[in-house]
Design a protein around this ligand. Structure first.
Ligand SMILES: Cc1ncc(COP(=O)(O)O)c(C=O)c1O
Length: 476
């Protein structure tokens, strides 16, 4: 662990935070008004609870390239990029043209289209997968991948990691950011529901492990020998800021999954086609059995996908009579006599999403764009780190590929429990300060910026300069 010896004047942080929140309110009366109205029609005034934050979310009207405009006409350089959906940027001209053509020629057939083959072939190439299926969101992708793993192994339990977010179905709404008093021992965390309404019976199927601790995972797998269908992991934990895997960790998780006959699922909803051309799978050189994709593969259109090894994916056609010798996998027997795993969905593979995916993957996020994205991200991280160093802020700047943040905590975060110490107030002060000056970040310290192919070096320098102004005022 690296420790930065730094501190801030608490009273000054509070003062800046309050001043900047007041300025935010003064600049955005239309959003406040819309939110008041929205609360009478939508719980929390939003369509997804992730969109709600205090004092109220910005309501947006337009976006193009790297810019987004709110209901009061304020323009921002968008570093949120829809929680990481938009590595292609807003309404990329190639995508816009594709979608206009699609909208004029039918957006839903529920008959297959050739674009689904082209997109599946592209995903196969990028991720070393044999077979692909499409869904409409990351939630569906992880839900379906888990069912496939259960069908393949004939087992019911899954392992997920504390602090990891994989969507909003019951199996994974567990131990996302559990309260300290409920989380249990560090090396054998208790499963803590992240929502009311998750049946207690589901919790018995989700085993929680600490991220970045291979020894603890090994012990947990030993305790549940022969029971674990899948190990579901986000290769970089992107729902607690940016927490990369320690050297050798993912390799060890791969070995353990194989040794225990569990299907290794990489949740690449955020990392896929963003971290690298072939996502985290390529970036870290570790091959999972299944991957889950969503967000950036659609360039802003709802889409999801899961893909992987043919013998696993093939349970959608037919369950194996017996499973791979030497892998420890057990004979699959399904109560009720089902002979294959259901994977369904009216909108799966719809022409709009498929056309978007093909345009994004074959014409926008091509292999040649990644070095530029990485260079810009490194520039932004280095710029923010210089500010942190110059002003002795308690924190550090970090990125993994084109996604990064300033973690306002003096110690390097390696898992969820380290993240709990994050300085929320300092983060809020910086969020409002930057937003008030046209630099928009995701509205939560657990998320991170995402760069797109439409961001410029000037915009990155503007972010750094504004962050430096913030640090200067903080120190004043
Ligand atoms: C890693 C990860 N997996 C799954 C999901 C769920 O995706 P969706 O919101 O499209 O259902 C998310 C969403 O933020 C995510 O970050």
């Amino acid at each position: 662990m690296t420790t930065v010896s730094a501190s801030v004047d608490r009273a000054r942080v509070t003062e800046l935070r309050d001043r900047e929140e007041a300025a935010y309110r003064a600049r955005t009366p239309k959003s406040a008004e819309l939110h008041e109205r929205a609360r009478r029609a939508l719980p929390l005034g939003v369509a997804s609870s992730f969109q709600a934050y205090a004092p109220y979310p910005l309501f947006m009207t337009d976006a193009r390239g790297s810019r987004i405009t709110d209901a009061d006409g304020n323009e921002y350089v968008d570093f949120d990029m829809a929680f990481g959906v938009l590595a292609a940027g807003h309404s990329h001209p190639v995508l816009a043209e594709t979608l206009i053509h699609r909208v004029a020629n039918g957006t839903c057939y529920t008959f297959p289209v050739e674009d689904s083959i082209i997109l599946a072939e592209e995903i196969k190439r990028r991720f070393g997968a044999d077979l692909v299926r499409f869904s409409n969101s990351g939630t569906e992708a992880t839900m379906d991948a888990i069912r496939v793993a259960r069908g393949f192994t004939g087992r019911e339990k899954i392992v997920k990691f504390e602090g990891g977010y994989h969507g909003h179905h019951d199996d994974v709404l567990v131990s996302i950011q559990p309260p300290r008093e409920l989380m249990g021992p560090a090396d054998a965390p208790h499963p803590v529901p992240a929502s009311a309404g998750v049946p207690a019976s589901r919790l018995t199927e989700t085993v929680v492990a600490p991220y970045n601790n291979a020894e603890a995972l090994e012990r947990i797998l030993d305790r549940h020998r022969g029971e674990i269908a899948a190990i579901l992991i986000e290769p970089v934990q992107f729902n607690i800021g940016v927490v990369p895997p320690l050297p050798g960790y993912l390799e060890r998780v791969r070995e353990l999954a194989t040794a225990h006959g569990a299907v290794l699922i990489f949740d690449e909803v955020k990392t896929g086609v963003v971290l690298a051309y072939g996502g985290a799978t390529e970036h870290f050189g570790v091959q999972p059995d299944l991957i889950c994709l969503a967000k950036s593969i659609g360039g802003g259109v709802p889409i999801g996908a899961f893909a992987g090894r043919g013998e696993v994916m093939n349970v959608i056609e037919k369950l194996p009579e017996s499973t791979g010798a030497g892998t420890g996998l057990q004979q699959t027997t399904i109560p009720g006599g089902a002979t294959r795993v259901a994977h369904l969905g009216t909108f799966n593979g719809n022409p709009l999403s498929m056309a978007a995916g093909v345009a994004v993957l074959t014409r926008i996020l091509t292999r040649d764009v990644y070095p530029g994205l990485h260079a810009q991200a490194d520039r932004l991280t280095a710029g923010c780190q210089a500010v942190v160093d110059d002003f002795g802020l308690p924190g550090y700047a970090i990125n993994a590929g084109p996604k990064g943040c300033v973690m306002f905590t003096p110690e390097r975060v390696t898992n969820y429990r380290d993240f709990i110490g994050l300085d929320d107030e300092l983060w809020e002060a910086s969020f409002f300060y930057l937003a008030n000056r046209g630099i928009l970040l995701p509205p939560g310290p657990d998320d991170q910026w995402t760069l797109s192919v439409q961001h410029s070096d000037d915009e990155i320098d503007r972010y750094v300069a504004t962050f430096r102004e913030f640090a200067t005022e903080l120190a004043a």
